[in-house]
Design a protein around this ligand. Structure first.
Ligand SMILES: CC(=O)[C@@H](O)[C@H](O)COP(=O)(O)O
Length: 258
């Protein structure tokens, strides 16, 4: 199975994860370890930037996991750029998951503010991973301004509704010259497998793992599903057909009787 490159960094796992909604830091770490994830996103709002007593940040750093600070909570481009700058200072990383959602009820990403912030952050030397609606035109624009990947949603954050945006994800995957990471709403391992089978380069999953009765076991299930989906994609899936076609054609057999 091929690895994934983003901004010159190689990932052998195509499953990215988050840190929210776990019952404890131990449960979070057990889950992240079981998932095999090498890139974990965390909100600036949830960490102690001095590192000292942070029970989220410390275990992640100890396990050598690459951190992806996100700008969750930002409602405008200005706030998001400021959050990214703070994260760069505090965590010494220029990677940022750009999230701008003005309405906490739906957490729908603001396309206009996201494009403006992405353009500015790219200029400032950030590796920008924008969380957006599954909008093929916007994804192309974000690629053109220099984002290193795009992160279209499957369905609303935390909804576990799966790939409600599938027809649009198909277009984004077909058009994109940068990795496509399906983010948000992935509710079951089968959703993740489907995303990879469709040709998505990776998925980001948080809620479905964190709220499972057994988060570590669920994370292992996601790991296996992502690997299966990618392997199937790389193996070349058969074409879908309207009509039946015999699995064991008779032609040769019949021919040999005459
Ligand atoms: C943690 C994070 O970045 C979320 O905003 C992300 O979009 C994952 O969504 P789910 O929690 O629905 O998996």
């Amino acid at each position: 199975m091929s690895s994934l490159m983003i901004a010159g960094h190689e990932f052998s796992s195509r499953l990215f994860t988050g840190t929210g909604k776990y019952a404890s830091a131990d449960a979070m770490m057990a889950s992240i370890n079981a998932s095999g994830s090498e890139l974990v996103t965390l909100s600036l709002r949830r960490m102690d930037l001095k590192h000292q007593s942070d029970n989220i940040l410390q275990p992640l750093l100890q396990h050598g996991i690459k951190l992806l600070p996100n700008t969750s909570g930002a409602r405008t481009a200005k706030e998001a750029v400021f959050a990214a700058q703070l994260a760069r200072e505090a965590l010494e990383t220029n990677w940022v998951k750009l999230e701008i959602h003005p309405d906490p009820r739906y957490l729908m990403p603001d396309a206009i503010e996201t494009l403006a912030a992405a353009e500015e952050l790219v200029k400032q030397g950030f590796v920008v991973m924008p969380y957006v609606h599954a909008d093929p035109v916007l994804c192309k624009r974000l690629e053109e301004v220099g984002c290193q990947c795009v992160m279209p949603l499957g369905s609303p954050i935390g909804s576990n509704m799966g790939l409600a945006s599938k027809p649009f994800l198909d277009i984004i995957i077909e058009q994109s010259q940068v990795p496509v990471i399906v983010d948000a709403g992935i509710g079951a391992p089968s959703d993740a497998a489907l995303a990879l089978e469709m040709g998505a380069d990776a998925v980001l999953v948080n809620t479905a793992m964190a709220v499972a009765q057994n988060p570590a076991q669920m994370s292992l299930a996601f790991k296996m599903a992502v690997e299966a989906g990618r392997l199937a994609y790389e193996s070349g899936l058969g074409e879908k057909r309207q009509q039946a076609q015999a699995s064991s054609p008779f032609t040769d057999f019949v021919g040999s009787l005459s």
